[in-house]
Design a protein around this ligand. Structure first.
Ligand code: ATP
Ligand code: MG
Length: 403
């Protein structure tokens, strides 16, 4: 049984127990768009206790029970499903989450959701869409519209500003003018959202094929300068901004680090990758990839004409793929072709055994120290550049150069 079949079964079991139960939110939107939903959420009138009684305590986890969510475990082949009791949100005092929730009916549950296209239900048993918010009309018109009064909905939860832009970019929809205005007016309030959540949204937007649209919309919504340290530098020069958009568009793999390297170039030069990492709570690996790609791109751009001994160590880096993706998006065709050809070399040719090792130097009577390392480095470079081909030559060079 796959995730979809299990999501149908969960609804049917609740319905058979006498409770209204429906698919809700993103999975309804994706299905109407002809996309495969990433996950299925079920909304029901049954309370968390009633949901647990229907599926049994062994098959349910009450992790989110305090806000009405019970996780129902399925067979190994299907993802667990979150079953949420229809709810109305209480007051929002922190600009991010309701202070309390109250259980209610499907209509009110739709009203608390963020955008009309995310506010629909679907009954898989009856094959029926239940739409209290005009989601189908906005889906057909390719429009992101806040449910209810846009300014209030943004004021309640500022994360919705980034979600709105993400959905608009991903589906190539427009943001309805009242919703866009509300976002623009409140864009500075994005600062109440945690760095983790901002980073997670940025990662999803930049890893999406429509990343160029996403950053264009972020700028239009006045959010870009609010989520990037020194962000106004990104569009200080209109020419550079247009070039950035073109490169983001041209980027082939859905590689967040490569996209971030392209987008953040003007900022990386001023504040550095560490500031971005902190601001978006990136992993150490992501920080290193972005720092490597932005630094080494300029070295590698002329790689066919550089000594091989300079280029080869960079090709062994774990961050090289993102770097090549950036170069490709920037139109560095000759270098990319050269680097790809070299990367396809067999291991023993790309990274041959060293002619001279530390062991060889010790046997020749050299004692380990700074000089030792310099000898090995020098021999390695000359080996890679084809100036040394035997251990004897290498040893001779190393010993001759001793000071
Ligand atoms: P995706 O999973 O592709 O990002 P989604 O719409 O499923 O899209 P989720 O974050 O999984 O998004 O949330 C599921 C549903 O919960 C949404 O469709 C929406 O109805 C509601 N929702 C999520 N976050 C918010 C929010 N910040 N404010 C209001 N409603 C929300
Ligand atoms: Mg979802």
């Amino acid at each position: 049984m796959n995730s979809r079949a299990f999501a149908i079964e969960v609804v049917q079991q609740l319905q058979q127990a006498g409770y209204q139960a429906l698919w809700a939110g993103g999975c309804v939107r994706d299905q109407l768009l002809g996309l495969t939903p990433k996950d299925y959420d079920v909304a029901t009138e049954a309370t968390p206790d009633q949901v647990r009684n229907v599926f049994g305590h062994k098959r349910t986890l009450p992790i989110g029970a305090s806000f009405g969510v019970i996780t129902v475990l399925g067979p190994r082949t299907a993802d667990p499903i979150e079953v949420a009791t229809f709810r109305r949100d209480g007051a929002y005092s922190d600009g991010r989450r309701p202070d309390a929730v109250e259980f209610t009916d499907a209509r009110e549950d739709a009203m608390r959701r963020d955008f009309t296209i995310n506010g629909m239900f679907y009954d898989p048993a009856a094959d029926e869409v239940i739409d209290f918010v005009g989601g189908q009309k906005d889906l057909a018109a390719k429009r992101i519209r806040a449910i209810g009064v846009a300014d209030q909905r943004i004021e309640e939860d500022k994360l919705r500003m980034l979600r709105g832009v993400r959905f608009a970019a991903k589906h190539q929809f427009e943001i309805e003018s009242g919703t866009l205005q509300a976002i623009q007016q409140r864009s500075a309030e994005i600062s109440v959202v945690s760095n983790e959540r901002i980073g997670a949204e940025m990662q999803r937007m930049l890893a999406d094929p429509n990343r160029a649209t996403a950053v264009k919309l972020l700028r239009q919504a006045k959010l870009l300068a609010a989520v990037v340290p020194d962000g106004q530098l990104l569009f200080a020069s209109e020419d550079q901004w247009q070039q950035t958009l073109g490169q983001l568009q041209a980027l082939q793999p859905n590689d967040f680090c490569a996209a971030a390297t392209i987008l953040l170039r003007p900022v990386l030069d001023s504040v550095g990758a560490d500031a971005i990492m902190k601001c978006w709570k990136l992993s150490n690996d992501q920080r290193k990839t972005i720092a490597f790609a932005s630094k080494q791109q300029s070295v590698l751009t002329d790689s066919p004409n550089e000594p091989w001994s300079q280029v080869q160590p960079l090709l062994l880096s774990p961050y090289i793929e993102s770097t090549i993706a950036v170069m490709e998006a920037c139109g560095d065709e000759d270098s990319v072709k050269f680097l790809r050809e070299r990367l396809s070399w067999p291991e023993e040719k790309l990274n041959p055994e060293p002619l001279l090792t530390g062991q060889d130097l010790i046997q020749a009577g050299v004692s380990p120290g700074p000089e030792f390392k310099a000898m090995l480095t020098q021999c390695r470079a000359k080996q890679l550049d084809g100036e040394l081909t035997t251990k004897e030559q290498a040893l001779k060079l190393a010993l001759n150069n001793r000071s």
